[in-house]
Design a protein around this ligand. Sequence first.
Ligand code: VGL
Ligand code: ZN
Length: 242
Amino acid sequence: MNNKMSRRDTLRLLGGAGMLAALGGVGLRASAAGIKIDGASALIVVDVQNCFIPGGTLPVGKGDEVVPVINALSKKFKNVVITQDWHTKGHVSFASAHPGKKPFETTKLPYGEQVLWPDHCVQGTKDAELHKDLAIPHAQLILRKGFHEETDSYSAFQEADRKANTGLAGYLKERKLKTVYVTGLATDFCVAWTALDARSAGFEVYVIEDACRGIDLNGSVAKAWDAMKAKGIKRIQSSDLA
Ligand code: VGL
Ligand code: ZN
């Protein structure tokens, strides 16, 4: 009888603790406010290039505002990967390569629907250079993508044909990196696709919202956040990092 009572008491206690956690959400908030970056984490800085900054060929509104945020964030990370959108002249993602098409219209390509963009981030041009104020001297890898003339690549992991890989998953895995924090431009295209593919490749993924800005074509920013949430990608602010 005594035994039975004490077991029931234990159960009641456990139930109470679970209830408290569920009600207060205190534990959740406390952990979100102090996320510690460990040695198995990498910061991914997506496409902070002149082309995506006001004054560039495919400007993202307030794109320049991410630069100081990312510079400050980078100091918390031992491991940093920077990406560059790096297109050939006449790239298939350019509206100018499709007679009769205008930027921001779409077309059907062998691998699916493709948004057509103004000519941007052409290899070797000033427009394709990283923003001059991006200051991350300890970044270890600069990865270029979108260099196949007939295939776009929003994602830093896999090209738009969903076949060709960039090698980034292998690089991160060989370096025993397990968690990635994605930042940069643009939230609804290269950031979201990079985050989603990172998740598919088995990484734990955070997207740092105030270190990103979006293009937003027909609600694409909200759609991107929904898609990322559905895959278990965590949406955080830079102030959530310890
Ligand atoms: C991007 C559109 C075309 C991006 C790149 O970096 O988000 N968007 N190319
Ligand atoms: Zn591009």
